[in-house]
Design a protein around this ligand. Structure first.
Ligand code: SF4
Ligand code: FES
Length: 236
């Protein structure tokens, strides 16, 4: 089948400092991924097109982009699902550096501000490992699936308009430790998220949940964090 591709272009270093679109008609199979189409154009038609990708299998999270107006991983979006007229643009709310490549530094700075690592000063009770029941794991297992693609955060209207807001992905990754019975810094994270720019900036638009390629219940995780703040902490 013939696919009509409309690809966002911006490259100030090469004189393309006004965003515009280039268009291409290429042959594709219904089961081709949008990433395959981009690779085809880059390899055979125009080598200057820039986009991030690595694993090509929905694991690394590097190729989140807007495909027909929705945040998706290009390696998970099939032609048969997105149609034969495909517009590809960078994710919104982060500075565009070149074509589909955005500056991820603000995203990762926000992520790091919530201490996304296990904090526990005590030795394990048996001197070897910190054990958990399946029920304790259930409290946070969903949010361990995050691959930091930024599709959620950059689909959030609050994030677009308020640079103070930490964004859904940061809260998801805070949730992963706040509800982990082995961690000892939940209150510190909740204190940060209770502040302006934290969890209560969320207006439950649900864009984040719809955008998440890992099907994490993002809005629910944010709601659980809000409840924990209101309750004054988490009981394990
Ligand atoms: S929660 Fe989902 S959409 Fe957000 S960064 Fe993680 S994997 Fe990506
Ligand atoms: S290239 Fe790794 S998630 Fe798509």
């Amino acid at each position: 089948m013939l696919v009509y591709l409309k690809i966002y272009r911006y490259n100030p270093e090469a004189g393309r400092n006004v965003p515009s679109f280039d268009t291409y008609n290429i042959e594709a199979e219904p089961t081709d991924r949008v990433l395959d189409l981009l690779e085809h154009v880059k390899g055979n038609v125009d080598g200057t097109i820039s986009f991030r990708r690595s694993c090509a299998h929905g694991v690394c999270g590097s190729d989140a982009m807007r495909i027909n107006g929705r945040n998706m991983l290009a390696c998970k979006a099939l032609v048969k699902d997105v149609g034969t007229e495909i517009t590809i643009e960078p994710i919104l709310g982060l500075p565009v550096l070149k074509d589909m490549i955005v500056d991820m530094e603000p995203f990762f700075n926000s992520y790091k501000s919530l201490m996304p690592f296990l904090i526990n000063e005590d030795a394990p009770a048996d001197g070897k490992e910190r054990r958990q029941t399946p029920q304790q794991l259930d409290r946070f297992e969903d949010t361990t699936k995050c691959i930091l693609c930024a599709a959620c955060t950059t689909s959030c209207p609050v994030f677009w308009s308020d640079e103070q807001y930490v964004g859904p992905a940061t809260i998801v990754n805070a949730h992963r430790f706040i509800f982990d019975s082995r961690d000892q810094a939940a209150n510190k994270r909740l204190e940060i998220l209770a502040d302006h720019g934290g969890a209560f900036r969320c207006r439950t638009a649900f864009n984040c949940t719809e955008a998440c390629p890992r099907e994490i219940h993002v809005t629910q995780a944010i709601a659980e964090v809000k409840q924990a703040i209101t309750a004054g902490g988490v009981e394990h």
